[in-house]
Design a protein around this ligand. Structure first.
Ligand code: GRF
Length: 288
């Protein structure tokens, strides 16, 4: 339970102890002041006494914990904590952005994106990965979905390319944004049109070089090395009707060593992807 609290509040053990002390002392102080105020009203114990007591406690409690948090060095934690409570009570909830991730492979990028978007308290999340879409039964990304409690959908080739493109399913899940993270099928135009500038892809090279049909996985890295490139990298771009072609959003580079192999380059590229992709997705969702 303490470990859970440390993760949720993003504090270390000492701060957790001080936070709990602040809650305890602040609560007692609040009870003390509450009773003093009630005594001044001269009310007899009864229903109205209880109602007034609850109202006074609710109003006085934030001031008491803030006061106690000062000497215990926890003021900024409680300022933020109370701010969030206030937001939940008084602010109209903005709609969460629902994301679908399409992937065909191991799903390490999907995993990093989920970890990034789903950190912190579930009630404070502005974006959620609602659906993992996969074309390969048994792909690692399905395990990523299961581990994170996210629904997954295995798509059928004919339905995807010729049928209804699964649009009704995405509408049912209220999907607002689609992230292709190692998805090998070309997305049909009808689906692209339904998500204008709301569908992005990551490519493991510096586009426009080394992209297009057949350029995926280690084939990309082999081509980069065979061309004698000194630099490779990643490209995050909007999806359009051509393979690896839409407007480029972001690129990041890494050096290609003299003795580079497709395997060693793949490790460097994955590292770049994991570092940049989740933050770029979050920025595009406009939810930070
Ligand atoms: C990534 O390198 C991505 O750029 C490419 O496919 C790979 C997917 O890796 N399109 P993972 O499944 O996310 O581990």
């Amino acid at each position: 339970m303490f470990e859970q609290l440390k993760r949720r509040w993003k504090v270390n053990s000492l701060n957790l102890l001080l936070v709990i002390c602040t809650f305890a002392i602040g609560g007692s102080l609040c009870g003390y002041f509450g009773r003093r105020i009630l005594l001044m009203t001269g009310l007899e114990k009864g229903l109205s006494w209880i109602v007034l007591y609850i109202i006074i406690m609710t109003l006085v409690w934030p001031f008491c914990v803030l006061l106690v948090s000062l000497p215990l060095g926890q003021f900024s934690f409680f300022k933020q904590y109370l701010g969030k409570i206030g937001q939940r009570m008084f602010q109209k909830k903005s709609k969460k952005v629902n994301v679908a991730i399409f992937a065909s492979g191991a799903g390490s990028n999907a995993d990093k994106i989920i970890e990034h978007l789903h950190q912190g308290d579930i009630r404070d999340r502005n974006a959620v990965v609602k659906l993992i879409v996969c074309d390969k039964p048994g792909a690692g990304v399905l395990e990523v979905a299961r581990r994170n409690g996210i629904e997954s959908l295995i798509i059928d080739r004919d339905r995807f390319f010729n049928g209804d493109h699964y649009l009704p399913v995405f509408h049912k899940h209220e999907i607002d944004f689609i992230v292709l993270a190692g998805f090998l099928w070309k997305v049909p135009p009808q689906l692209i049109a339904a998500y204008p500038e709301k569908m992005i892809n990551i490519h493991p090279a510096l586009l426009p070089k080394f992209g297009g049909k057949g350029m995926y996985g280690s084939k990309v890295h082999e081509a980069v090395i065979a061309a004698g490139e000194k630099e490779s990298g990643i490209t995050i771009h909007f999806v359009d009707e051509l393979y690896d072609h839409g407007k480029i959003i972001q690129q990041a580079t890494c050096a290609v060593a003299e003795d580079e192999t497709p395997e060693s380059l793949a490790v460097k590229i994955h590292e770049l992807e994991h570092r940049h992709f989740p933050e770029t997705v979050e920025r595009l969702l406009n939810v930070k």
